[in-house]
Design a protein around this ligand. Structure first.
Ligand SMILES: Cc1cc2nc3c(=O)[nH]c(=O)nc-3n(C[C@H](O)[C@H](O)[C@H](O)COP(=O)(O)OP(=O)(O)OC[C@H]3O[C@@H](n4cnc5c(N)ncnc54)[C@H](O)[C@@H]3O)c2cc1C
Length: 414
């Protein structure tokens, strides 16, 4: 596949853009692959990419029931940060954040990584103590964060209201190299790189059954026929319970709708990401000028990619008290995804009770930020049977009570 470059753009401009190749192929499935990954979201595609890049495994199919990136990966508010409390979380999220720094060069695809800084507001004494504790933990983990004063918050975000009607801003946990990236581009960049390595990205193909023989996986049944494999990775976010059921085991995961909305585009007014966990809302400004606003999860399990209406009202109410100018904005559109939430708010990257089936799920409201780190570790687990990055996130922790409690770090969606 030809490299994208300034010269390529100039060349194509001179010949009316007639020479661009398709970014990825759309092949029919083969009869058998070494590895099948179910789910062409960011985590599935990143896993395939690192299977090829780091382990030389390229006889791989990534099977997607819709279009690639059409699940949560293409529906999220793109916040990337690594200021988690527990050591295993800090390790995998910081690995991911580091890989985002060079992802555009690595994939030769501009994912528009923007390390503009993310702040999590502390609006109660409890939050102040929680974030100060996280800042100390991050210092020990090698993750650069700091607890900043309200004055510094106002300097960084002039449109913020420090004295809200319900909760004042008492400070914030600030990570200067955190930020955002273009979500579709992350999926497209990985898909192009996987296709370039000879892997098959098969869209519009739903997995309807997982075939085991003698406790070992042998393949899947799909809407395009049976496909055999030696190893299977289930990476389907909110649908993981369904696929695990097909494979014959259960997961401690609940699926819930989570939604977001964007305003009409306006002139640049905020160049960092702000999360307000107590009032529950978060906001950043996209390159097009829209204010990207995230809300909370529905209070009940569900599979509707919409979310309930009262959450929009609650989210906007939280945003209006934090940023009064939001009251004058028209909202452009709203959408939802189905997120997979575990009891300890940490993901599952694990072997399963069925030999050679591996599961990557439970990223809940915050898995966009972890895509490259998750793919790196999960590929290592699938290829070699062990990864230091994923070890703590195995399924057994729920049996053994070794929870990785991130309910504070993941308190607000993403
Ligand atoms: C509104 C919203 C805002 C969010 N904001 C953030 C944020 O700011 N920062 C952050 O870090 N995270 C955020 N997240 C979470 C993040 O989007 C997810 O954790 C992450 O995208 C999960 O990626 P994935 O690859 O695991 O899943 P997905 O991107 O959902 O991919 C799974 C794929 O599997 C496919 N699939 C399912 N069943 C089958 C089947 N039977 N056969 C074949 N294919 C199947 C689906 O079609 C889907 O494309 C947000 C999520 C939502 C919904």
């Amino acid at each position: 596949m030809r490299r994208y470059s300034a010269f390529a753009i100039a060349r194509e401009a001179a010949r009316y853009h007639s020479g661009w190749e398709r970014a990825w192929a759309s092949p029919d499935p083969k009869k058998k692959y070494d590895v099948i990954i179910i789910g062409a979201g960011g985590h599935g595609l990143a896993t395939a990419y690192y299977l090829g890049k780091n382990h030389g495994i390229t006889n791989v199919a990534i099977i997607e029931k819709g279009w690639l990136g059409g699940g949560n990966t293409g529906r999220n508010t793109t916040i990337i940060r690594s200021n988690y409390l527990q050591d295993p979380s800090a390790a995998i999220y910081e690995k991911a954040r580091g890989l985002y720094e060079t992802m555009s060069q690595d994939l030769n695809f501009n994912v528009m990584f923007s390390p503009r800084g993310v702040m999590m507001l502390a609006q109660t004494q409890h939050e102040v103590r929680g974030y100060e504790r996280t800042a100390h933990a991050n210092a020990l983990q090698g993750v650069t964060t700091e607890f900043i004063s309200p004055t510094r918050v106002k300097e960084l975000v002039p449109i913020i209201n420090l004295d809200g009607p319900r909760y004042p801003v008492l400070g914030a946990l600030w990570q200067a190299r955190a930020g955002t990236a273009r979500h579709d581009a992350v999926a497209w960049g990985y898909a192009r790189a996987c296709s370039d390595m000879g892997m098959d990205v098969i869209q519009q193909c739903e997995v309807t059954g997982v075939r085991n023989e003698g406790g070992k996986v042998v393949g899947v049944t799909t809407t395009k026929g049976q496909i055999d494999c030696d190893k299977l990775g289930i990476v389907v976010a909110g649908h993981c319970g369904d696929l695990a059921g097909q494979a014959g085991f259960r997961l401690p995961v609940e699926s819930v709708p989570l939604q977001a909305l964007v305003s009409e585009p306006i002139k640049p007014c905020m160049d960092v990401v702000v999360m307000a966990n107590t009032v529950h809302g978060y906001m950043s400004q996209s390159d097009k000028g829209e204010m990207v606003i995230g809300g909370g999860t529905d209070g009940y399990n569900g599979f509707t990619q919409r979310g309930s209406f009262h959450h929009i009202e609650e989210t906007v109410r939280a945003l209006v008290e934090t940023f009064p100018m939001v009251a004058r904005l028209k909202m452009l559109r709203q959408w939802g995804g189905i997120v997979d939430v575990t009891g300890d708010r940490s993901p599952i990257l694990s072997k399963t009770p069925v030999e050679n089936i591996f599961i990557n799920c439970g990223w809940g409201t915050g898995g966009f930020k972890s895509i490259p780190g998750s793919g790196f570790g999960f590929a290592e687990l699938m290829a070699t049977g062990y990864s230091p990055l994923t070890e703590a996130f195995n399924l057994d922790r729920f049996k053994e009570g070794r929870f990785i409690d991130e309910s504070v770090a993941a308190g607000v969606a993403h």
